[in-house]
Design a protein around this ligand. Structure first.
Ligand SMILES: Nc1nc2c(ncn2[C@@H]2O[C@H](COP(=O)(O)OP(=O)(O)OP(=O)(O)O)[C@@H](O)[C@H]2O)c(=O)[nH]1
Ligand SMILES: [Mg+2]
Length: 535
């Protein structure tokens, strides 16, 4: 069990002001749009790009891959750091589509809280439910943003009930919507007794905020038409009676979620949510590791890799490891130990992610997410320390569930293709297998759309058109065991044997029956569906 915040001494102010969180939801609920508005208020960018326009007109900051721009969906998690008031936010926008959930699940190991976005017309959707369960497993505090209130949305009590029932968490309203759809005026801020009015004319404008002296204040009638005011008073009275009051400790423990209502595209409700993250969101938390957990206020620096991405920016052709700092005060040029290889590593060009740009990070603190450019030494799950042999645990590995053969459009480019595939394999974007008989490669992924992303990235980033084709194989197992037993196994199953990008032996199968047969005939070799990412 991790220590709870209550019995730990106060963190140094630089660490305590950090808020590191992921934005999660079912596809299309508005995560990327919300991210843009966070950046707008964080002063990181001038004008938020709009997600609605597809194709060329669309220019968002967190969806930077060509395919994301073309399709208007996020396929990869992206991190951003910015200041807001006295806080430093480290935010990760995640993809909602389940085909890309590997990335989202790993991101959830690197953050202290999640902002769950719900579409006000749709309520709790399937992917919301799944992601929520992952947060639960990690006891992550969750703050909820009910988005798209400018459209016809469901009844407020219905939405809250649905969250309470489906997700088994207490919900407490932080704001209350006034009117629905076309009549949506804004919200009553229940935490600070303010009226927040949405400006439909200017989407990037901060909403008008009026201080109100409780619901009986006559000022309300100047801004809210009578029938809506009546309804607001009634609903708030009911809400205060029926729903639990905000309990900050329960939020930190993940048993209660405060909910804000708003419209990301209209920049509405976003500031209140940001203030809420500042007030009720957790400070950097301890990190689970072996043989001991890491506390953020330890003076020595440590961190771990939760994502690797190659060619993030065509201007910088390199590979960047996303590192969550678990402890200490990091300074550029520090020498850290790469625990897996036990080798020292001088971190001379760490970067902070600022929207689609990056900036050299002169320093960083526990809680921050920094990028470390490298040539492949850093892999998902790796731990960096100032020498101690610590190993951060709990970063999940996924079994490839879909296999396809990939070929270069131009057969002479096979070597280039191999290089590109190895890069993606090291990034963790796919599993790549080279069969020991025949030519070509077999690529394994978790969701079908990942094939499309790979094809598009191989073409964009390496100038290689490729074809993915059905493979005779349907699943893969890593082979381990005593060397002699493994050699014997390999020799008698040549048509099924391949090697992954690390050179490890993989058994490719067509049928579950194959696996059962091996388990029966070769009891001395072990077949596993995932490969442990940490050594
Ligand atoms: N009406 C309305 N539309 C919105 C609002 N916020 C976002 N949208 C639209 O909803 C669509 C999806 O928005 P995104 O921000 O890309 O959603 P996402 O959650 O990042 O989607 P994925 O990353 O693909 O899971 C876009 O067309 C947005 O313009 C809102 O407040 N009101
Ligand atoms: Mg998105």
């Amino acid at each position: 069990m991790l220590d709870t915040a209550s019995n730990r001494p106060a963190l140094p102010p630089e660490i305590a002001r950090r808020r590191t969180f992921a934005i999660i939801s079912h596809p299309d609920a508005g995560k990327t749009t919300l991210t843009e508005k966070f950046l707008l208020y964080g002063g990181a960018i001038q004008m938020a790009g709009q997600v609605r326009a597809k194709g060329e007109a669309r220019r968002t900051r967190s969806d930077f891959m060509q395919m994301e721009k073309d399709r208007g969906i996020s396929v990869s998690a992206s991190a951003m750091s910015f200041d807001y008031k006295n806080l430093r936010f480290n935010l990760v926008d995640t993809p909602g589509h389940s085909d890309f959930s590997e990335d989202t699940y790993r991101t959830l190991t690197a953050v202290d809280a999640a902002v769950m976005v719900i579409d006000g017309a749709k309520g709790v959707e399937s992917q919301t439910q799944k992601l929520f369960e992952v947060c639960r497993l990690r006891d992550l505090p969750i703050l909820t943003f009910c988005n798209k209130m400018d459209r016809e949305s469901r009844d407020t009590f219905d939405i809250i009930d649905e969250i309470q029932e489906n997700l088994a968490i207490d919900v407490t309203p932080a704001s209350w919507p006034i009117g629905v759809g076309r009549d949506f005026l804004g919200c009553y801020d229940l935490l600070r007794d303010r009226l927040e009015l949405m400006d439909r004319a200017d989407r990037n404008k901060v909403a008008e905020s009026i201080e109100i002296n409780g619901l009986d204040d006559p000022k309300l009638a100047e801004h809210v038409p009578e029938h809506l005011l009546e309804q607001l008073k009634e609903e708030v009275e009911m809400a205060r009676e029926l729903l639990p009051a905000l309990d900050p400790q329960a939020v930190l423990e993940g048993h209660m979620t405060p909910i804000w209502f708003g419209s990301a595209i209209n920049s509405f409700g976003v500031k209140e949510l940001m203030d809420g993250i500042g007030t009720y969101g957790p400070e950097p938390q301890p990190t689970r590791a072996e043989p001991r957990q890491i506390s953020p206020d330890e003076s020595k620096v440590s961190g771990f890799v939760f994502k690797v991405q190659a060619n993030m920016d065509p201007k910088h052709r390199d590979r960047v490891a996303f590192v969550r700092l678990a402890s200490g005060h990091f300074k550029r040029g520090m020498k850290l130990t790469h625990v897996r290889s036990k080798k020292p590593m001088t971190v001379s060009n760490p970067v902070l992610f600022l929207a689609s740009d990056r900036e050299l990070a002169e320093e960083a603190w526990a809680g921050d997410i920094i990028g470390i450019p490298n040539h492949g030494q850093l892999r998902i799950g790796d731990t960096l320390t100032e020498g101690e042999a610590l190993r951060v645990t709990g970063i999940p590995s996924f079994a490839p569930e879909l296999l396809q053969t990939v070929r270069a459009g131009d057969p002479l480019k096979a070597k280039h293709l191999e290089k590109a595939l190895m890069q993606f394999a090291e990034e963790g974007a796919a599993k790549v297998f080279k069969p020991s008989i025949g030519s070509g490669f077999i690529v394994g992924v978790v969701g079908a759309l990942q094939f499309e992303v790979l094809a598009s990235r191989i073409e964009m980033e390496y100038g290689l058109p490729v074809r993915f084709e059905p493979s005779q194989f349907t699943s893969a197992r890593w082979v381990s065991g005593d060397k002699q037993a493994v050699d014997k196994f390999v020799n008698s199953n040549k048509q099924h044997i391949a090697h992954d990008h690390d050179g490890d032996i993989v058994y490719l199968t067509r049928l579950q029956w194959d696996i059962d047969r091996i388990e029966r005939d070769h009891p001395d070799v072990t077949l596993t569906a995932t490969k442990e990412m940490m050594v």
